[in-house]
Design a protein around this ligand. Structure first.
Ligand SMILES: *[C@@H]1O[C@H](CO)[C@@H](O)[C@H](O)[C@H]1NC(C)=O
Ligand SMILES: *[C@@H]1O[C@H](CO)[C@@H](O)[C@H](O)[C@H]1NC(C)=O
Ligand SMILES: *[C@@H]1O[C@H](CO)[C@@H](O)[C@H](O)[C@H]1NC(C)=O
Ligand SMILES: *[C@@H]1O[C@H](CO)[C@@H](O)[C@H](O)[C@H]1NC(C)=O
Length: 827
């Protein structure tokens, strides 16, 4: 208690020292250890001494106002360090920004009102009783005010503090009812505190103060993150590019504190610093001699600056003390833009590649748009474009954002693969590894660097338009092509999504298929006939699931054939059918590296089909229950991938998706043993009772959570249950129900796992798997996690977020409860 009070008081103290002087007696009664008080006061007086002049706080009573005129007056802090008022907007003579700035340093704005929008000359700001600050235009109408933050409090005074905080109070010595420190814009100042859900937003550009693309935020989970905000583009990468990783009690963050000595840290509940933003070995200049601030730049870099308090030459300027080290080129420019990093100035520049130009010509860090029709849209409005590849010298891309990767292919193959791929905007090829990476339109993270020897190829329209699509001249028998493809290592990763051409080769004949040209965001609408031909009349069945059978097919043209898995849906509820296209579009928008991608669909008559990318490596069932046991390491990787895919469906994609049918047959593997979840989003399309009956068939000890049988609401936790069962199967490399086991007690894996765990016989559970046993700490953790996931009471089961954290060892896994309820329930 002492520490908390002390800490918050201390900060408040720093922000309104003059006010606090009158309250010393209160402080003394609240905090007992006198030594603390003494040392704090000494520290404070020392630290603040430059700003504590002999003046006292200057209260500005209600009714006072300022006008937006050149050389107009402002409200100064007692020391004269900070000013509140109208700051000229850049070099415009008749535009002003209501702002707080360093009064002694030219043009350093630390806070601004009205969402960064400037106001015309003749506007005014007034302190009022009921609305606090009111910004009005020259005609007197309201542009912005603080009323919604006042919570009914009345205002009597305003004052500008020496820490740079504009404060409104209801009496001359009471607590603030409003303060600019609680509404930061792009800058934080020493003594400023950011609470949970508090955020600092970058400006849009150097010359536009409205909200930009980057944000520093203290999330509800206690993690302080930097992330890109671009809600307009759903596949924009909004994952944090920096995180303090302070979400784990007891180190869970409660506040971000920029303390008076210039360190900024994440503080836990008890006030201790659990993460320092500025590393220990960085010299933090003394706040006695230097002004300090931290600003989130419009290209996403969080930088701490300092400036001498005493200076004679106006050219001194701000120096950089520290920037959060991130590869800012991966996030710093808009889409389709190429970034160059200047490591001397620690800044970036952004350039549109050739054949691209700025969306907003005044925002040079913004996104670029192609001057030609993207191949993604090829054929739209009946116009077809011919494409070329343009070489981007010394340019590399963030390989994490690579959409499709191929190994062991030549540069020419890489290039032609991009040319033929409707969804390829850029391809990179790295010679020493023969690796080709393709990036989708709206690429980001392109990085120009003279030290880089990588080459990137940009796909551009070559100015030739036609009303008929370009057809590959070569005609090959499907079978030959398929065998070539299967035999060669060229197309190891069969991700080539060549759905752009609606042609299919079959029996030496090229048939043009007229498609209804309705545009969907991501998925393609196929005709039944095309899919029938693609699957050779639904000949090769790959599997059969709860919702229908899956067939192997091949679509595309020429060298760009790609394998697909075509799912014929059995029966769709009438209600769901109305939503079919919407749902399919939602599924199509759900992209994650642990989810199988939906390529297209067909809705014709009463036929409903879904077309997925084809995974040649089969399912988790083949992987686990095959002839030889896969390595422990590969199994760990697989389980983490499944957990991440589910977490994405549950929490991270725009529409929450409950899978409802998680089982090893629905989890596919790519060439690198990454797990990809298939069939998500379909449960919603199927009739409710059908979902029930089909899943129920799999029996009480399958993958189905007990609540399915109890008429209880089905929540996300049903997937957690199924995940728990699968995790056990991955640990043990055996099926959850195995009646032909010799020992009867081993037949039901979930029961057997509980028995083994509570009797400390994990070696028996894993059937003496040496690899697993030698990693006993992880093995035990994984078993505990699965036992938590298969708890009968859904509320006891962890969320998928908690599961991923526990799998990765970031969170301690408590001992699971004894399965008494299990015994009574489903045994
Ligand atoms: C504003 O002040 C500057 C410097 O004091 C002066 O040069 C300028 O003429 C003034 N402008 C107006 C419009 O008063
Ligand atoms: C203050 O702003 C709110 C909305 O932001 C508006 O509804 C209200 O009328 C404003 N108050 C005045 C006095 O203009
Ligand atoms: C800043 O950008 C926003 C969004 O593009 C725009 O609406 C606004 O007019 C711009 N402001 C100025 C002063 O250019
Ligand atoms: C500011 O925070 C740092 C890091 O937590 C700490 O070492 C330093 O003592 C703090 N300064 C003050 C005046 O509390």
């Amino acid at each position: 208690m002492g520490m908390v009070v002390l800490d918050s008081l201390y900060l408040y103290l720093a922000s309104s020292f003059y006010w606090f002087k009158n309250q010393k007696s209160l402080f003394l009664t609240m905090v007992k250890p006198l030594s603390y008080i003494f040392s704090f006061f000494t520290a404070l007086i020392l630290l603040l001494s430059p700003s504590i002049s002999a003046q006292s706080r200057s209260n500005i009573p209600v009714g006072n106002s300022l006008s937006a005129i050149i050389n107009g007056s402002s409200w100064l802090s007692p020391s004269g360090d900070f000013a509140f008022g109208f700051h000229q907007y850049l070099n415009h003579t008749n535009l002003f920004l209501l702002a707080i700035w360093y009064a002694k340093i030219p043009d350093t704005i630390v806070w601004f009102a009205n969402e960064g929008n400037p106001v015309p000359q003749g506007s005014s700001v007034t302190i009022t009783t009921d609305e606090g600050l009111i910004l009005s235009n020259p005609q007197g109408s309201n542009l912005w005010n603080t009323s919604s933050d006042l919570n009914g409090n009345v205002v009597s005074y305003g004052f500008m503090s020496d820490t740079g905080n504009m404060i409104l109070t209801s009496s001359s010595d009471s607590n603030p009812v409003w303060q600019s420190f609680e509404h930061p814009t792009d800058t934080l100042l020493p003594t400023q505190v950011m609470n949970i859900e508090g955020a600092v937003d970058s400006r849009l550009s150097e010359t536009n103060f409205t909200k930009g693309r980057y944000q520093l935020r203290l999330q509800t989970d206690g993690n302080a993150v930097l992330h890109v905000m671009d809600q307009t583009i759903y596949w924009a990468d909004t994952r944090p590019y920096f995180a303090s990783n302070t979400w784990n009690p007891p180190n869970q963050g409660k506040q971000v504190i920029y303390n008076v000595s210039g360190q900024m840290y994440v503080a836990a509940e008890n006030g201790t610093a659990v993460y320092n933003f500025i590393p220990e070995d960085t010299v933090i200049v003394s706040s006695r001699d230097y002004y300090q601030r931290v600003t989130l730049s419009f290209y996403g870099l969080l930088t701490w600056y300092y400036h001498p308090r005493n200076f004679t030459n106006n050219e001194v300027g701000w120096s950089k003390m520290y920037s959060i080290i991130v590869n800012i080129c991966n996030v710093g420019c808009g889409f389709n833009s190429i970034c160059s990093y200047d490591d001397v100035a620690h800044s970036i520049s952004c350039d549109c590649p050739s054949h691209y130009s700025l969306v907003d010509p005044t925002d040079k860090y913004g996104s670029c748009k192609p001057d030609f029709q993207l191949s993604e849209d090829d054929g739209k409005d009946g116009v077809f474009v011919e494409y070329n590849l343009v070489r981007l010298q010394n340019t590399k891309f963030d390989s994490d954002k690579c959409d499709k990767r191929f190994e062991g292919i030549t540069e020419e193959q890489c290039k032609s693969s991009c040319l033929g791929d409707r969804f390829c905007a850029v391809a990179t090829w790295v010679g020493d590894k023969d690796t080709c990476c393709k990036y989708k339109p709206l690429f980001s993270g392109g990085n120009h660097d003279r030290k880089v020897s990588e080459t990137a190829w940009l796909k551009v329209g070559n100015g030739t338009y036609s009303t008929a699509p370009l057809i590959t001249k070569e005609k090959t028998k499907l079978n030959t092509v398929v065998s070539v493809l299967l035999g060669g290592s060229v197309f190891v990763n069969l991700g080539l999504l060549m759905v752009g051409f609606f042609f299919i080769y079959r029996k030496k004949q090229l048939r043009s298929v007229k498609q209804p040209r309705k545009e969907y965001d991501n998925v393609h609408c196929f005709s039944y006939k095309v899919l029938e031909e693609a699957t050779d009349g639904f000949k090769e069945e790959l599997g059969r699931g709860a919702f229908g059978a899956v067939y192997k097919g091949v679509i595309g043209a020429g060298n760009y054939l790609t394998f697909v898995a075509v799912k014929k849906l059995d029966r769709i509820s009438n209600n769901a059918d109305k939503e079919f296209e919407t749902e399919v579009n939602t599924i199509g928008k759900t992209h994650h590296k642990n989810l199988v991608r939906l390529v297209g669909f067909c809705k014709e008559g009463d036929q409903r089909l879904l077309v997925y990318e084809f995974m040649r490596n089969g399912s988790l069932a083949d992987f686990l229950f095959g002839d030889h046991r896969p390595s422990w390491e590969a199994r760990i990787k697989t389980s983490e991938g499944i957990a991440r895919g589910l977490l994405y469906l549950h929490e991270e994609c725009s529409t929450q998706i409950i899978h409802c049918d998680i089982k090893p047959q629905n989890i596919l593997l790519d060439d690198h043993q990454n797990a990809l979840i298939a069939d998500f989003g379909i449960a919603k399309l199927m009739a409710q009772n059908q979902t029930h009956t089909t899943t129920a068939i799999r029996g009480t000890k399958g993958y189905v959570a007990p609540e399915w049988f109890k008429n209880k609401p089905v929540t996300l936790k049903v997937d957690v249950y199924s995940f728990g069962v699968i995790l056990l199967e991955i640990i043990c490399c055996r099926r959850s129900v195995c009646m032909d086991r010799i020992e009867e007690e081993e037949a039901i894996l979930t029961d057997w796992a509980f028995d083994c765990y509570f009797s400390n016989r994990l070696d028996q559970l894993v059937n003496d798997d040496i690899e697993a046993i030698s990693d006993i700490i992880r093995l035990k953790r994984f078993v505990k996690i699965s036992l938590w996931c298969i708890q009968e009471d859904p509320s006891l089961r962890p969320s998928m977020r908690a599961v991923t954290q526990m799998l990765e060892g970031l969170v301690e896994v408590p001992a699971p409860p004894c399965p008494t309820s299990i015994a009574s329930g489903t045994r």
